[in-house]
Structure formats: C-alpha cells, structure tokens
Design a protein around this ligand. Structure first.
Ligand code: ADP
Ligand code: MG
Length: 262
C-alpha cells in the first residue's frame, strides 16, 4: 500500500480538488483507492463529491471511538473515502496522533491511500504529513506560495516523509509566473505536472460533481491523468475525443445518406 499526502503551504491552492480527482482517476483504472479527508476543520472531500452526511467520520476514529474501516464510504468508480465531519467543536478534542495508525489499518483494502491535508503548517497538518510515506506538494507559481511550501518541505525532510514531487496548480502562463525550472531549483524537487488555471475546475466545485467526471476532456483533467500515470508508472490513458460534426457536415451526410462508422 502506498500512502500519499497532498500538502501545501498556502490554503486554496487546489489540494482537495487534486486529491479527489487523482483518486477518481486511479479508481477508474481499477486501483483500490481510499481518500482520507484529514483536513479536519474543512471536511471538503465529501462536499466536493456531493455527499455531505456521514454518520461515522474520521473524527470518531481520531477520538478512539471506532476503527477507520468503519468510517469508509464508497463513491464513484468504487473509490473509497473517509470523510471528516463539519463539527468544529469536536476538532478541538481530536487526537491527530492516531492518524498514522489508522492509515496503516487501511492496508488490507487499499493500494493507494491519498490523504488530503489542512492548509498551512499547523499541528493538524504536521500529523497529516507524518501519517504518509510520500508527499505531493501543491504550489501555485507565485513567490508567497513557494515560500510557504519551503516550510512544509523542511518539515517533511526532518520527519522522513519522501517528497514524490511538486504539482504546480493554477498556472496562467503569465510571464511573471515563477517558471517550472525556478520552482524546481527553489524547492530542490522535481515538478511532476503543471495544471493550468481552468474554469472547469471551479465549475466542478460549484456543481459538486468532480472535474474528471464532469469535464473529462478539460485541460486540467488531462493533467490530472498525467499525474496519475506518473504515480503508477503506467502509460497515460486519455479518453477519446468525440469530434463534433459541423451543421454543414450533418446536412451533407443526411442528404447523401452517409452513416457514421460504428
Ligand atoms: P485547497 O484544498 O488547497 O484549499 P481547493 O481544492 O479547495 O483548495 O480549491 C480551491 C478553489 O480553487 C476551488 O474553488 C477549486 O475549484 C479551485 N481550483 C482548484 N484548482 C484549480 C485550477 N487548476 N483552475 C481553476 N480553479 C481551481
Ligand atoms: Mg482543501
């Protein structure tokens, strides 16, 4: 079983979106995936999936009330996930130290455990990082995001979490953006993939339908499939594009009786 934490220095850089869509792509390819929503104060994974109510959540696990296997739910493509609950009151009483052991308990049912983590380097984030063997660090290509990312990298290296690589997200291709090479030099790590700023990503969040299901042909979905391939070491599988027929083509085909090949 591989355990990969999706981390970042800053909040709002796309961790949850990437964790969820990456998990879905791997699940679609037949991998046994469990997403663990360790952003205990935001509980966004369930919201993005459009599944908001879960009687047993990671909170119960972290409070020692139940085994993590009782908090596993099934989503699309047999993707499994462990939600957080939205009760802020209970967050204060959680024992994040229990997370690592809980993740280990997923071994019999998972090939990949993807851990979505809270933003900024606080106590919860530190435990989320230490619960995983590998880390993907999400940054946006601007100096503030990279400065915060450095702190996370330092913490990871001190706690023997191996850095799988960097994901640049929300790149707009602006000349003032920090370039991929500079990101790699600054963070001394390899950039696995650069995901463009893509309106479809925001639309998916608003619609509560994951991007790779709602807009599989979007540029960001393609990049997430590349990321999945980089993780598994398998070939990138992109869905076929259906060529849209022009109105003129449709009329000509109708008049000449031409049928589409099946
Ligand atoms: P985090 O978990 O790091 O706080 P989220 O995944 O919740 O970040 O994303 C924050 C917002 O940014 C969401 O509205 C999401 O749709 C949007 N977003 C994420 N990635 C992209 C992208 N590549 N292009 C455009 N919007 C994005
Ligand atoms: Mg999040």
């Amino acid at each position: 079983m591989r355990s990969i934490v999706i981390a970042s220095g800053k909040g709002g850089v796309g961790k949850t979106s990437i964790a969820l869509n990456l998990g879905l792509v791997l699940a679609q390819q037949g991998k046994r995936v469990v997403i663990v929503d360790a952003d205990v104060s935001m509980a966004n994974v369930g919201i993005m999936l459009g599944i908001e109510r879960a009687p047993i959540s990671l909170h119960n696990v972290l409070m020692g009330e139940t085994n993590i296997r009782d908090a596993v739910y099934e989503g699309p493509y047999k993707l499994k996930y462990v939600p957080s609950s939205l009760s802020l009151e209970r967050v204060k009483r959680l024992s994040m130290e229990r997370l690592k052991g809980a993740i280990a308990d997923l071994e019999p049912i998972a090939d990949y455990v993807i851990i979505d983590s809270p933003p900024s380097l606080n106590r919860e984030t530190e435990y989320a990082l230490m619960a995983a063997k590998e880390m993907l660090l999400v940054v946006t290509p601007d100096p503030a995001s990279l400065a915060d990312a450095l702190k996370v990298l330092n913490f990871a290296s001190k706690n023997s979490v191996s850095v799988m690589g960097i994901v640049i997200n929300m790149s707009i291709g602006d000349k003032n953006e920090v370039k991929k090479d500079d990101v790699e030099t600054l963070l001394s790590s390899q950039v696995v993939v650069s995901i463009p700023e893509d309106m479809e990503m925001r639309r998916a969040t608003i619609a509560q339908v994951p991007l790779v299901m709602r807009s599989p042909q979007s540029p960001s979905a393609k990049k997430i499939r590349e990321l999945a391939a980089a993780i598994t070491g398998e070939a990138v599988i992109q869905p076929e594009t259906k060529v849209k027929k022009s109105l003129l083509r449709k009329i000509i085909d109708f008049l000449t009786g031409r049928k589409d090949p099946q």
